[in-house]
Ligand binder design. Structure first.
Ligand SMILES: C[S@@+](CC[C@H](N)C(=O)[O-])C[C@H]1O[C@@H](n2cnc3c(N)ncnc32)[C@H](O)[C@@H]1O
Length: 244
């Protein structure tokens, strides 16, 4: 039995692409994303080095990191997203992508750096988050950096208790993986706006202390915590720079 986030994402990508959308998540021409990755690559001397991206979606960061000269490996649980990212990255010989559940499938190689762009916050239960972060930690060589970009963030007022299941989260917040919501997507061919019904996939925001505690419990050193400006991708978010 697949986890609820698998079904929710797979269905979402299938629905928006069959409505004619070119893409749903980040695009390579997001200036803030591009500039953040460029600075991170330069500051950590990652040109020519191997980078794993968890929850890579449609491959936007793969394009940026490949353009910056990195050797890229992206993973995502959604086969439809991976199909899209494969196509987007076909002209970059140093980029590969694969379907993989970052919570369950252990990474058996060591990388020079790791990236997560709006991935961690999609995991709701404490156990899933811990398994994933341990997996990410173990995929890195000693002293390597990891960047969590645009993770859902609240200054205060986030739920501080333990969450054991998606049902428990739905009871706490009212957010579930099933209730359809009206969303608009732009058809890539004629520019028309098409309405689709897809669930607003639950996400779990943390405050600054909540994130820092979570990363430190795994063994990461938190080097920088940056509150981000509102964006079309997400209204309240933070980017967190950590190191193994
Ligand atoms: C908010 S989207 C971000 C996608 C992309 N990083 C971007 O910024 O456009 C979250 C992504 O997490 C992926 N995801 C959720 N749970 C996952 C898991 N357990 N393993 C791997 N990917 C997962 C989803 O399929 C989806 O592509």
């Amino acid at each position: 039995m697949k986890e609820p986030y698998y079904m929710a994402y797979e269905k979402r990508y299938q629905t928006v692409f069959s409505a004619g959308a070119k893409c749903w998540g980040h695009t390579p021409n997001d200036d803030v994303l591009y500039n953040t990755l460029k600075t991170w690559v330069e500051e950590n001397n990652l040109k020519g080095k191997s980078i794993i991206e968890f929850a890579c979606g449609e491959g936007a960061c793969g394009v940026i990191l490949s353009e910056l000269g990195c050797v890229y490996y992206g993973v995502d649980v959604s086969p439809t997203a991976i199909m899209k990212s494969k196509k987007l990255l076909e002209n970059y010989p140093n980029a590969t992508v694969e379907v993989l559940d970052m919570v369950k499938d252990k990474i058996d190689r060591k990388f020079d750096a790791a990236l997560d762009c709006m991935g961690l916050h999609m995991l709701i239960t404490d156990n899933d988050r811990k398994s994933y972060l341990e997996n990410a930690f173990n995929s890195l060589k000693e002293n390597s950096p990891m960047l969590f970009f645009r993770e859902s963030y609240r200054e205060n007022g986030t739920y501080r208790g333990v969450v054991n299941s998606a049902d428990e989260w739905a009871k706490i917040t009212g957010d579930d993986y099933n209730t359809p919501m009206l969303r608009q997507v732009q058809n890539a061919k004629d520019g028309s706006v098409v309405e689709v019904y897809i669930p607003l996939v639950p996400a779990r925001a943390k405050d600054k202390n909540g994130y820092i505690e979570e990363f430190e419990n795994i063994g990461f050193k938190v080097e920088k915590f940056v509150c981000m400006d509102d964006s079309t991708a997400i209204p309240y978010s933070a980017s967190i720079f950590v190191r193994k």
